[in-house]
Design a protein around this ligand. Structure first.
Ligand code: KIV
Length: 245
């Protein structure tokens, strides 16, 4: 599973054979430059998700429900999820949290909308915890996470993302649950992995957590291409005779 927020990236991901494309609310950071995912809105998620589903022929598209669209009121949560499904043609929604959002999860599931859970580091709660450090190192928090994972599975979630928690704990959850557990910074003992595509491609370079493997340095490739273009235009080398009408 990898993220995408736009048509062109989604075409490439789908062609590459990715199983699941996540239209993450990390678009708030990567695309819009916000420090947190809190400002992301439902309208903007729908815009990104529509761009992605127009591209995708085979991957499952999962759309993050943004902060404020499901936490307070399960009726509002259902309306938000229905808007996502109707307006984007995605296959599922993803929601951050456990016991405290179960009423919303139940209501969305009862409308026939597939839900993916998200536990561990839940970036939408940044103002509650004040840090993006590894979560659930303490026993009490780890036990709550395991209980929440079971609750989400029992409610009917089809999958679960575990973000930035100890590998052994993530492995325990993956072993105890029968639904797929997808990790990000959660080690190797889970069923699948997710990364933010812009991070693993090296398009973003101000974010370097230990769990992130960079598979390319596209940021440098782009900067070099932009620099070459600028110097070609300034020197009169672009366009040449063959590049004009
Ligand atoms: O928003 C996002 O990209 C995510 C992933 C980091 C799992 O939720």
């Amino acid at each position: 599973m990898l993220t995408s927020y736009d048509y062109s990236m989604a075409c490439i991901l789908d062609r590459a054979g990715i199983d699941v494309i996540l239209v993450g609310d990390s678009a708030a950071n990567v695309i819009a430059g916000y420090e947190t995912t809190v400002p992301m809105t439902l309208d903007k998620m729908i815009y990104h998700a529509q761009s992605v589903t127009r591209a995708v022929k085979r991957a499952l598209v999962v759309v993050d429900m943004p902060f404020g669209t499901y936490q307070g009121n399960s009726k509002e949560a259902l309306c938000s999820a229905i808007r996502i499904m109707k307006e984007t043609e995605a296959g599922a929604v993803k929601i951050e949290g456990g016991k405290e959002i179960m009423e919303s999860v139940d209501r969305i599931l009862s409308a026939g909308i597939p839900v993916m859970g998200h536990l561990g580091l839940t970036p939408q709660s940044i103002h509650r915890y004040g840090t993006y450090a590894v979560r659930a190192r303490e026993e009490a928090e780890a036990e709550k996470l395991v209980r929440d994972a079971h609750l989400l599975e029992e409610a009917g979630c089809f999958g679960l993302v575990l973000e930035k928690i100890p590998a052994q704990l993530a492995g325990r959850v993956a072993k105890e649950l029968s639904i797929p557990v997808i990790g990000i910074g959660a080690g190797r003992y889970v069923d699948g992995q997710v990364l933010v595509a812009h991070d693993m491609l090296g398009i973003t370079n101000d974010f370097s957590p230990r769990f992130l493997r960079r598979y390319a340095n596209i940021g440098e490739v782009m900067a070099n291409a932009f620099g070459e273009y600028v110097s070609d235009v300034k020197s009169g080398g672009f366009p040449n005779e063959d590049e004009q009408y």
